[in-house]
Design a protein around this ligand. Structure first.
Ligand code: PMP
Length: 454
């Protein structure tokens, strides 16, 4: 792009744009990163500089940019019909996709309700769970239980699920509190900062799940569902659960006769190993949400999958929920093309091989003076920084250590995210090459060292 064109864009950006989760004064004070195009896992800015996308556009990008198979499916569907809406009209792509999702999901999740984003898929699950209990004659079951630090989206319903944990979560809850519905939360399995005071892995008997047991006993008959991110809470700081934790949560939930919602919006599509993370512990929820990489990241589309038991409660009535774009044809066609690639290129095997490369590449971080913990599940990884390794004390927030590291990494050609709790997260696409992945971790390692040991 010509320099004058870039300057013009930056001026318009300062005058008109409003960015999500972004301190705007700071944003406007510097030259914005204007990504003009992308190749594979690389983003190319308007000045021609290349950045390796270590966050795969927030966990969306599954096959890399510019895949002709997906572009062709998009164009072919657009030529036929861009959208028809699913309001009392069907179309082939949505039906094929529903059947495909049912065939890939844990057995029993046979019904598919489409939406556009992860947040709206979770909203659908919440409404379906509550309406299920109403249909069953138990309308008093109106409370939802989530895990501390859990992240399920940005709508008021999904923000209502935020357990209080971490600085950003508290801030968001506090800001919108009067608009939210009450919900309850149980301990997260944060082994580095164990909520029940266990000091080593060998002592762990999953005692943190006692808080769920106690809560469900205390609130008997009032809980609609328990909702969890399966095996890892990415946005809470890559909190990786010990083995068996999800299965235990599922067992407790079932024993109390409460519905289980598993939110696979980020963990789905092999990001943690199996196609869906809950499969690793043999858990089949009552409702499961998918989004992000469902279309390979090419279009927004999400889905809520339900068992026949849940759907059965609505068979004779009507589920009062939906939106204009539910299951739109373009999104469904692109998702089908993405799932073709997912199977043809065996993305789970590729993700697993790349996760092994990541494990090795993360090892050197552990020796850095200010790295407290390194956590990883598949292609979700986090490096927690601490001011003092002995006491695990965090840095004073005004030092903005993780922000400075992310900025330095960015200047050196790598994009990663910072989340509350001074954790830098990496969400590489399974399509990233091992060499690129090592460039990502190597660049981040240098940035961490420079900022923390300066
Ligand atoms: N659930 C989980 C587990 C997520 O990670 C996210 C997004 N990061 C969402 C829901 C919300 O998805 P969206 O941003 O598409 O609304």
């Amino acid at each position: 792009m010509e320099k004058t064109d870039v300057d013009r864009l930056r001026t318009l950006d300062r005058e008109h744009m409003w960015y999500p989760w972004t301190p705007m004064t700071e944003w406007m004070a510097r030259d914005q990163l204007v990504v003009e195009r992308a190749e594979g896992c690389w983003l190319i800015d308007a000045d021609g500089k290349r950045y390796l996308d270590g966050r795969s556009s927030m966990g969306m990008n599954l096959h890399g940019h510019g895949r002709s198979e997906i572009v062709e499916a998009l164009v072919a569907q657009a030529r036929k019909a861009g959208e028809t809406t699913l309001y009392r009209v069907s179309h082939p792509a949505a039906v094929e996709l529903a059947a495909r999702l049912a065939s890939m999901a844990p057995a029993g999740l046979q019904r598919v309700f489409f939406a556009e984003s992860g947040s709206t898929a979770v909203e659908t699950a919440l409404k379906a769970a509550y309406a299920y209990w109403v249909a069953k004659g138990e309308p008093q079951r109106s409370t939802f239980v989530s895990m501390e630090g859990g992240y399920h989206g940005e709508t008021l319903g999904t923000v209502s699920l935020r357990g209080t944990n971490g600085e950003q979560v508290d801030m968001i809850r506090k800001t919108y509190e009067p608009l939210l519905f009450p919900s309850l939360s149980f301990h997260q399995p944060h082994c580095y900062r164990c909520p029940v005071g266990q000091s080593s892995d060998s002592d762990c008997g999953l005692e943190c799940t006692d808080s769920l047991e106690n809560l469900l006993t205390r609130e008997k008959g009032r809980i609609a569902a328990v909702i969890v991110e399966p095996r890892v809470q990415a946005l809470a700081g890559v909190i990786t659960a010990p083995e068996g934790h999800l299965a235990k949560v599922a067992e407790i939930t079932r024993r109390h006769g409460v519905l289980l919602i598993v939110d696979e919006v980020l963990t789905g599509w092999a990001r943690t190993g199996p196609t869906f993370s809950c499969e690793a512990e043999g858990v089949t929820p009552d409702l499961m949400t998918v989004g992000k990489a469902l279309t390979g990241g090419y279009l927004p589309l999400s889905a809520t999958l339900a068992t026949e038991e849940i759907f059965g409660a609505f068979r004779e009535s009507v589920f009062l929920s939906g939106s204009t774009y539910s299951g739109y044809a373009l999104g469904a066609a692109v998702a089908l093309a993405s799932l073709d690639l997912f199977e043809k290129e065996d993305v789970p095997a590729r993700a697993k091989a790349l996760a092994d490369v990541l494990t090795t590449a993360l090892e050197p971080f552990r020796a850095l003076t200010h790295v407290g913990d390194v956590r990883q599940l598949g292609l979700i990884a986090g490096v927690e920084l601490v001011a003092d390794r002995e006491t695990r004390a965090p840095y004073p927030p005004q030092e903005r250590v993780v922000d400075r590291i992310c900025t330095l990494a960015r200047d050196n050609g790598v994009l990663v995210n910072a989340v509350p709790g001074d954790v830098i997260t990496m969400l590489p696409s399974p399509s990233m090459s091992p060499d690129d992945l090592r460039f990502l971790t190597g660049t981040l390692y240098t940035a961490v060292r420079e900022v923390t040991e300066e």
